[in-house]
Design a protein around this ligand. Structure first.
Ligand code: ADP
Length: 688
């Protein structure tokens, strides 16, 4: 038993030793394992710290969640985004965190929702998340979610990474807005290089030029230049290279269909961040419509200008302060001012003014007592028509006018007046001429009437009862003068019309001797009555003229010669052919000036250019003073005022003679010696 005990003890010791050795070995291993573990923990802690430092330094948001969605780790950016830096988020779900930060509840629950989508998708998912911040700003994140699974397929965790793309999005938005502005612009917006190569071309450019972007990209912008302006685009590009922009430059470009188009260009250099010019931006605006409107307006303005310039009436526009704001050339011409002198000057002072000469004093006094009609128009807006006023000229003289002042009304308000005036000097002269005409008629009627009266008187007296031949002659004279009277009335009317160039005198081939004899025969009764002898030396030559008018001229001269000769004297009516002497005009008046000649002659004859006929009516009467020798040819001009009373004249006869001779391209003049007599000459062209 003892043996057994000893053996047992030995075995036990051996076993203990073995166990001890085993324990020692295990302890050693454990220590090593612990050390390794410590090392591992240390490494992990160090790595974890580095990792935390790293993810905190990242501007992106980073978050790790476990398979149930509980937050394990989140970086600083993530915590700041949801304002939960001070919160212990570990082990909390999005919903739990949302309770702690209610402002971001929606955003956090959205996170949870998109996590679920990533889990379901079982692979990386990406999307944009918009988060409204407490300060009112909006943050946009490009978020990537990576779900992690165990081998058995169970959820392990999810990695959330997000990049702030707010700025990028804003830039994109601004760019898109800009692009849509460019695209929707009606103007052509063209980008090209400094060498002129087109790289961008908006829809406005397509519309204006007719080319699509594909047709122009890579081509030179010179394709838009018209052939007439080959240097324009190179010059513009040179300016732009030098940094000089061009604003609103109007030119003509070429469309795809070959048509020319008016454009206004604004060309600017495109610069890089270093301020270097790297390209050209051209904005072209289609101004064809505007140009057309401008052209139409210009045409209209030109037309109006032409109308105003060619208007015979003076036109003045007067403003509310009675100042002239516009005058047409006729107004300036009539008043003797320049347009510049009239514009901006006072209407009453310049045209409707007071002057110092006598006539003007009267006018001025009259004007002072009346209100200026133009002022009445301006004040009351009524049209004033004046037919008997005077306007002043620059030289101080006045001229008779009739005018109308009409208010200019805009939107119911009087803003000025238009004064349209006419210089009525000519009209007044015509009225005077009308009066004279009546005198002429009565004067001219008297001469043949006197012949008729003389002839009939002789017959009535019975003196010719024993001389039937002479009695018949007297009757012939009376009849001829009656006819002539009728013709005269008509002719005088014609003559007046001729003065106004309304009628052409009826001319024919006349024999000068016949004209002379007829005139002498007509005047014979008067000559006999006054005891004056008539001596006629006719000449047989032809002229182109109106017989009645020429006879009228000769009878007038004979009548005067008889009138101003005393009884017993002789009056000579002679004629001769004469070489045309150019200097003859010195003795005569300038009769042909301003007369429309009638050189239409019978086909068989033509005007003799070397010779003329000179008819002379000579008397031995009282003569004419030298200072009256020319004036007596004027209307109503007489040597003595008593002539009309005593001799029955009106002073119109010679004026009519001059007018008739003038119509025949002839000359009429007188030579006289006071107390010895006068000779009246009529020089007329003759026919070959
Ligand atoms: P009228 O004889 O009707 O007065 P005229 O025009 O014929 O008109 O003549 C104008 C004036 O010329 C006359 O009034 C007269 O004073 C003057 N006169 C014309 N002829 C002669 C003449 N032969 N001798 C003198 N004076 C004349």
């Amino acid at each position: 038993m003892i043996k057994d005990t000893t053996e047992n003890k030995t075995d036990l010791i051996a076993s203990l030793k073995a166990t001890n050795a085993q324990l020692k070995m295990e302890i050693g291993e454990r220590k090593r394992a612990e050390k390794a573990l410590q090392e591992l923990v240390k490494t992990y802690q160090e790595t974890s710290l580095k990792l935390r430092t790293l993810i905190n330094a990242m501007p992106d948001i980073v978050c790790f969640k476990d398979g149930t969605g509980k937050w394990l780790e989140a970086n600083k950016s993530m915590l700041e985004l949801f304002d939960i830096e001070k919160l212990d988020y570990h082990g909390k779900s999005d919903a739990e965190l949302a309770e702690s930060t209610p402002f971001y509840q929606d955003a956090l629950l959205n996170c949870q929702y998109s996590d679920r989508e990533a889990w379901n998708k079982r692979s990386l998912s990406r999307g944009e998340e918009v988060i409204q911040k407490k300060d009112g700003t909006v943050k946009i994140y490009d978020v990537i979610k990576v779900p992690l699974f165990y081998e058995d397929g169970k959820r392990n965790g999810i990695v959330v990474l997000g990049r702030d793309i707010t700025e990028q999005k804003q830039t994109e938005k601004a760019m898109m807005r800009l692009a849509s502005i460019v695209e929707s612009s009606n103007d052509a917006i063209i980008g090209n290089t400094l060498a002129g190569i087109i790289h961008s071309w908006n829809s406005g450019a397509e519309k204006i030029y007719g080319y699509s972007i594909y047709e122009v990209k890579g081509r030179s912008i010179s394709m838009l230049a018209v052939p007439e302006r080959p240097n324009e685009i190179p010059q513009i590009l040179a300016n732009i290279t030098a940094g000089i922009g061009i604003d609103n430059y109007e030119t003509v470009h070429l469309r795809k269909d070959g048509k020319h188009i008016d454009v206004a260009l604004t060309i600017s250099p495109i610069k890089d961040t270093q301020d270097n010019v790297i390209g050209v931006s051209t904005i072209a605006r289609d101004i064809s419509d505007r140009k057309q409107v401008e052209q139409s307006l210009e045409q209209l303005r030109h037309q109006h200008q032409l109308i105003l310039d060619s208007a015979g009436e003076g036109i003045c526009v007067i403003d509310m302060f009675c100042k002239i704001s516009f005058v047409n050339p006729a107004a300036a011409r009539m008043t003797g001012y320049t347009i510049k002198e009239l514009v901006n000057n006072d209407w009453s002072f310049i045209i409707y003014k007071s002057q110092t000469n006598n006539k003007a004093d009267i006018i001025s006094t009259q004007k002072k007592s009346k209100t200026c009609p133009v002022k009445t128009t301006l004040e009351k807006g009524i049209v004033c028509q004046v037919t008997d006023d005077f306007f002043g000229r620059r030289d101080g003289s006045f001229f008779p006018v009739e005018y109308v002042s009409t208010p200019i009304v805009e939107q119911g308000k009087i803003i000025g007046a238009v004064v349209t005036f006419k210089d009525i000097t000519d009209r007044l002269a015509i009225e005077q001429m009308k009066d004279e005409f009546i005198s002429v008629v009565s004067h001219e009627l008297r001469t043949p009437l006197a012949s008729i009266h003389g002839a009939l008187g002789l017959l009535k007296s019975g003196l010719l009862n024993q001389a039937p031949e002479r009695g018949r002659r007297m009757l012939d004279i009376a009849v001829a003068n009656t006819d002539r009277l009728v013709r005269l009335v008509n002719d005088i009317l014609d003559l007046e019309r001729l003065h106004s160039n309304q009628v052409t005198m009826l001319k024919q081939t006349c024999n000068v001797s016949e004209l002379m004899m007829q005139a002498a025969n007509e005047m014979q009764p008067i000559a006999e009555k006054t005891g004056v002898s008539l001596s006629v030396t006719p000449i047989d030559t032809k002229l182109w003229g109106c017989a009645d008018k020429l006879i009228q001229t000769l009878t007038n001269l004979l009548s005067n010669a008889i009138k101003y000769s005393s009884t017993g004297k002789t009056v000579w009516l002679t004629a001769s052919k004469q070489l045309i002497n150019q200097n003859q005009a010195d003795n005569s008046n300038n009769l042909t000036s301003g007369v429309q000649s009638d050189r239409t002659v019978a086909p068989t004859y033509r005007i003799n250019s070397d010779y003329q006929v000179l008819i002379a009516v000579k008397d031995r009467g009282r003569g004419i003073p030298a200072d009256k020798i020319e004036t007596i040819f004027g209307r109503f001009q007489q040597v003595d005022a008593s002539d009309s009373r005593q001799k029955g004249g009106t002073g119109l006869g010679l004026a009519i003679c001059r007018s008739i001779v003038q119509q025949h391209e002839g000359k009429i003049w007188a030579e006289s010696t006071l107390g010895k007599g006068s000779t009246f000459f009529v020089a007329l062209p003759i026919l070959d």
